[in-house]
Design a protein around this ligand. Structure first.
Ligand SMILES: NC(=O)CC[C@H](N)C(=O)O
Length: 317
């Protein structure tokens, strides 16, 4: 896949997609199990495309409006956890798709408190526990936010305190997952402290433009622009991409690979970060979700984009 395309053409495509999405009447449903997320306007849509070789981000629609990145934060938490403990991480969390919803409890009992992968909720709760070790929750939260700020080269991004409070209050399922893993010996820190990290990382607010920038290291074999030190090795970037491809959309990961064919990570805030290895990072955001908790129209936007340009890791379209 070596399809290069001019910024002008990319802009036209982004504008066309934005216009088409605006005309869609079926827009999915907001994640109302987190009450603060239910307040977001279903008509929002933004897209940002950031080619690896330029500083120029192609944007359309609400690409500069911050939204709750939710589970997309698991990509950054995984990057930090791997940096901290390396391959030993894999004794506490697996690398297989779960085929179950992101907050499912049932599989965790069969598999003795070892989550299938780092992108379902229990997997990310283990990552939070790893990050908390030796430093406590507040430092770990700072570290995750700090990585996002550094990658996006933007110190202005913040955690949305109202979303975090909303998650703390209504996070019964996540509490159940965390306590079960603690009972199985796969959570070492205090459960409420671990969940504090998890809820706060999910509540980081970023715009499509900021998130495309923050995710670009995965499209460029771990390298940052401007000659800074690489964030991760090329091998690690490839492996994070592999996990995004196989597990990034939970029990719709197979369908996403089938329809779109690039590594991607979704969040219940309606965002999707997609990686076109060697070519670009792309973010689309539209708050309404489908039945599996992935943005209905951001997925559609990705489908149109890759179909128009031929960006699939599985071969030309
Ligand atoms: N898929 C998601 O984005 C889920 C994240 C959300 N904070 C939760 O724990 O339920």
């Amino acid at each position: 896949m070596t399809r290069k395309i001019t910024p002008k053409r990319l802009q036209e495509i982004a504008d066309e997609i934005t216009e088409r999405i605006a005309g869609e009447s079926e827009r999915g449903v907001v994640a109302d199990y987190i009450p603060e997320l239910a307040k977001v306007d279903l008509n929002r849509f933004g897209i940002a495309i950031l080619p690896v070789e330029t500083e120029e981000c192609i944007v359309a629609g609400d690409a500069d409006v911050p939204f709750s990145i939710q589970s997309i934060s698991k990509v950054f938490a995984l990057t930090l956890a791997l940096e901290k403990v390396g391959a030993t991480l894999w004794s506490r969390v697996g690398r297989e798709p779960s085929g179950d919803p992101f907050n499912s409890i049932v599989q965790l009992e069969y598999e003795k408190g070892i989550p299938r992968n780092p992108f379902i909720n229990p997997g990310a709760i283990v990552l939070a526990d790893v990050l908390m070790d030796n430093q406590g929750p507040d430092k770990a939260i700072e570290q995750i936010l700090g990585l996002c700020q550094r990658l996006a080269n933007d110190q202005s991004m913040r955690i949305d305190g109202d979303v975090a409070a909303s998650e703390m209050k209504t996070g019964g399922r996540n509490r159940a997952l965390a306590h079960f893993m603690a009972a199985e010996g796969n959570l070492r820190g205090d459960v409420e402290d671990v969940l504090k990290i998890y809820f706060h990382q999910c509540s980081i607010a970023m715009s499509c433009r900021q998130l495309a920038m923050a995710g670009r290291f995965l499209a460029s074999a771990g390298h940052l622009s401007g000659g800074e030190d690489p964030t991760v090795t090329p091998e690690r970037a490839r492996r994070i991409n592999a996990l995004m491809m196989t597990c990034g959309q939970y029990d719709a990961s197979g369908e996403f690979a089938f329809r779109i064919g690039i590594p991607a990570k979704s969040g219940v805030g309606g965002g999707i970060l997609g990686i076109v290895p060697g070519i670009a990072s792309v973010v689309a955001w539209c708050p309404g979700l489908d039945a599996k908790g992935n943005s209905l129209l951001a997925t559609r936007a990705f489908e149109e984009l890759v179909r128009t340009i031929g960006w699939s890791v599985f071969g030309p379209i």
